[in-house]
Design a binder for this molecule. Structure first.
Ligand code: ATP
Length: 413
């Protein structure tokens, strides 16, 4: 199988759109990498450049160590699965699965009835090899169909299949070719949520069984987090971060990644941090304080050196880092909405006392009239309703600090 390497790849379309900007990434052999980002960020173009369906305007693409930048798609030894299946409508499932292999075989041996007839007479050994390989193609198709649970559909035409079955056939067509790498462009986005989830599980199993390199494009961060060994987050043609699902969730490189990754939006709050005595205090709409006992104290303190001990930041914390606690340092919130999700309850709340009362002359009046919302998660049967007042505590050791101008995560190692 194969590594896939992109070195400073660029794509500028003739109308001037810079779809891919200086993308460099190495996808390891047998890795499952997911490229994720909002619509228009350049992920499909990147995938199409790897496949050879789109030419780059700069940089190098290597597959299995070979420079394929100018190699035709069919000679790159990759298979691509799209959202729209791209099955041949007039062919049976069997023919759809075997078509590529049969074509290659005919090209190798010289196809057609006459060719076959002449071979039988003049080259009996080649003729029997041809028959052997045809039988092997049949076996391969049936093995693949069995693996994907579509063996009972081999005689049907695509219009006689459901969306999920069609996508399995499209997957099967890629698998029978035994390529060096598989490329997927939002293959399940036409399917309903339940089927998508089922196919995701199947694809993960396939990846484990086949031990192949897979690159998968999606705009759905849940799909990215559940499928990938690593996730590459793209925006505006650039890769912002590449890391394991937990890494990009817990240690996002910047505000964009922090906001994009995660099922529930990350809680954000802007304000200033400063050293007060031997403590570090955050003064925003949600007050927080870190003392020398905090395991991150030295790192936080280092960030205040050279900026006169005061710095503007945006702090971020996840819904699961907030819990109910009536202890010192707790923040009072008023519940504004409750989402019962079954396995848990999401509570939307606003910090009591925000917006703070300020006179019209107060230069911060604008800032202070912003309500600080806090989203947090409770058990499924937690008793709470809009209007309730609760004391909550934020797990301070998991709070992230971002630079308000660059968006960079100031605490990322
Ligand atoms: P989506 O999730 O919506 O498919 P994407 O992240 O895959 O989006 P691309 O399809 O790679 O995005 O497109 C990246 C950018 O390039 C977009 O701004 C798009 O409008 C632009 N683009 C794509 N194809 C062309 C083209 N042929 N000519 C000009 N601009 C293009």
């Amino acid at each position: 199988m194969a590594t896939v390497l992109l070195e400073s790849v660029n794509k500028r379309f003739p109308d001037g759109t810079q779809a891919v900007a200086d993308v460099s990434i190495e996808i390891e052999d047998q890795e499952f990498l997911v490229l994720v980002g909002p619509s228009g960020c350049g992920k499909s173009t990147t995938l199409r450049i790897i496949a050879g369906l789109e030419g780059s305007t700069g940089g190098v693409v290597r597959i299995g160590g070979r420079d394929v930048t100018h190699v035709a798609p069919r000679d790159r030894d990759i298979a691509m699965v799209f959202q729209n299946y791209a099955l041949y409508p007039h062919m049976s499932v069997y023919k759809n699965l075997s078509f590529g292999l049969t074509l290659r075989l005919n090209r190798l041996f010289g196809g057609g009835v006459i060719g076959r007839g002449l071979r039988k007479i003049f080259q009996p050994q080649r003729a029997s090899e041809f028959v052997r390989q045809r039988v092997e193609i049949g076996n391969k198709v049936r093995r693949t169909a069995l693996r994907l649970g579509i063996e009972h559909l081999l005689d049907r035409k695509p219009h006689q299949l459901s969306g999920g079955e069609r996508q399995r056939v499209a997957l099967g067509r890629a698998i029978v070719r035994n390529p060096a790498a598989f490329l997927f462009d939002e293959p399940f986005s036409n399917l309903d949520a339940k089927l998508r989830q089922q196919l995701r599980v199947e694809l993960k199993r396939l990846h484990r069984d086949l031990k192949v390199t897979m690159i998968y494009v999606t705009h759905d961060q849940v799909e990215a987090m559940t499928l990938g060994n690593r996730v590459a987050i793209m925006n505006e043609g650039r890769i912002l971060q590449v890391g394991g699902p937990l890494e990009v969730y817990q240690r996002p490189a910047n505000l964009f990644v922090a906001k994009f990754i995660g099922n529930s939006p990350i809680n954000l709050c802007s304000g200033t941090v400063c050293k007060v005595g031997d403590r570090i205090e955050f003064e925003g709409l949600t007050p927080m304080t870190w003392g020398p006992e905090s395991p991150r104290f030295d790192r936080l303190a280092a960030l205040l050196e050279g900026v006169s001990g005061v710095r503007s930041v945006v702090i971020g914390f996840r819904a699961e880092d907030v819990g109910i606690a009536e202890s010192e340092g707790a923040i009072e919130v008023e519940v504004t909405e409750v989402d019962r999700l079954g396995e848990s309850t999401m509570v939307h709340s606003r910090v009591c006392g925000s917006p703070t009362q300020g006179s019209k002359e107060d230069k911060f009046v604008q800032k202070n009239t912003i309500e600080q919302m806090v989203l947090f998660r409770l058990e499924s049967d937690a008793e709470c309703a809009p209007g309730d007042r609760l004391q909550v505590k934020i797990e301070l050791n998991r709070v992230l600090w971002f630079d308000p101008d660059s968006g960079e995560n100031l605490l990322k190692e």
